[in-house]
Ligand binder design. Structure first.
Ligand code: SF4
Length: 365
């Protein structure tokens, strides 16, 4: 394994100023552990001590944020389509089962972040989390890195956002509230569909879609506006109008502040793994997928537009808007969110006036 490549590389002069050397870990920093509990059986954790935790997104990226924090690499949520699979190849790890079961844990992430945020060179930019792999995957239940990370951001009043499929985020609800008192906090939950059979096979390690929508509901009730990234919309399996409508309806009923659809994209790493899965579970669809993704990682523009238009129509029907430019915003203090007519509704109304969001989110969390 190439352990010196474990970090998301800093880009550009400012990134180098904050994040330090490009080689982020030494080989002597790796401790490998397994835990003999049902939850973690078959999973290997590689504990490393990061030299840097703030990662600068390359300037050419379409991401709507510049800085990220990723305390983990690999993800036990094991979504077949996960675009982050190919990042495991940078570590000489397998992008299939290896991505699901070989988890790198940056055990000192909170203390490194606290140190970097205190640097005079740090300008207090927005920090996005959950952009590569899920920071509330199961490992977080054991390693508890996110409380320290949120505390560090809270103590510097540094704006941040979290995208997750993990219900574990509710463990940190009080911390999120505290942070929201002093800075802009955005939370988005990813729910691409509500079909149970599709969920069990294509997102086998994730909490069920309805549990994720419970998270949306709980956060909203707590005064923390929560949008939904409706991703991925899976061609021929989760994209029928009645499926899209049922999903948007459930998202609206959960009180989400916005819904942003994103069609499945299949980059190298995910593409091969997804193709195997498709061949096994839905072999009759293989030719259609070959045609759909003949041009590369993304579905054709006409398809993306169709999905976006239909989701926006259903969103209008159920009174929920598309996301504005990023989900980060100062959230209402606890007690002010009343789903029926409260701030969430008001923001949804505002969002309806906003231009449709472009599919800029690169993760499929
Ligand atoms: S899509 Fe997100 S939740 Fe699923 S495996 Fe990838 S990082 Fe984890």
């Amino acid at each position: 394994m190439r352990w010196d490549n474990l970090g998301d590389r800093p880009e550009g002069a400012a990134g180098a100023a904050v994040t330090g050397e490009a080689a982020l870990f030494g080989t002597d920093a790796v401790t490998t552990r397994t835990f003999d509990t049902p939850e973690f059986r078959g999973i290997t954790f590689h504990e490393v001590r990061a030299r840097s935790i703030l990662n600068r997104v390359p300037g050419a990226s379409r991401m709507p944020f510049e800085w990220t924090v990723n305390p983990y690499r690999g993800c036990t949520h094991a979504c077949v389509y996960c675009f982050a699979r190919r990042t495991h190849a940078y570590l000489d790890l397998d992008t299939g089962v290896g991505f699901d079961t070989q988890i790198v844990v940056k055990v000192n992430a909170p203390e490194v972040l606290r140190r970097q945020l205190a640097s005079p060179r740090w300008q207090g930019a927005h920090v996005a989390m959950g952009t590569n792999v899920d920071c509330y995957q199961r490992a977080e239940g054991r390693y508890r890195l996110m409380p320290g990370i949120i505390e560090a951001l809270r103590d510097r009043a540094n704006p941040f956002s979290i995208l997750t499929k993990g219900t574990l985020i509710l463990r940190d609800l009080d911390l999120l509230r505290q942070a929201a008192e002093v800075t802009d906090v955005g939370v988005s939950v990813s729910v691409g569909f509500t079909d149970q059979e599709l969920w069990r096979t294509v997102e086998p390690g994730t909490p069920a879609p309805e549990r994720r929508l419970d998270v949306v509901r709980t956060l909203t009730d707590a005064g923390i506006g929560c949008g939904v990234l409706m991703a991925p919309v899976i061609p021929f399996l989760g994209d029928r109008p009645e499926q899209l409508r049922a999903t948007v309806r459930a998202i609206a009923e959960a009180g989400a502040t916005s819904v942003t659809p994103l069609a499945l994209h299949l980059r190298p790493g995910a593409r091969e793994w997804y193709a195997e899965w498709l061949q096994h579970h839905h072999p009759h669809l293989v030719p259609r997928y070959e045609r759909m993704y003949a041009g590369g990682a993304y579905a054709p523009t006409w398809y993306q537009r169709r999905i976006t238009r239909q989701v926006h129509e259903f969103a209008a029907e159920f009174g929920i808007g598309p996301a504005g430019r990023g989900e980060a915003r100062r959230v209402a203090p606890p007690g002010r969110a009343e789903r029926a007519g409260g701030p969430a509704r008001a923001r949804a109304g505002e969002a309806r006036e906003a231009p449709p969001a472009e599919p800029t989110q690169l993760t499929l969390l």
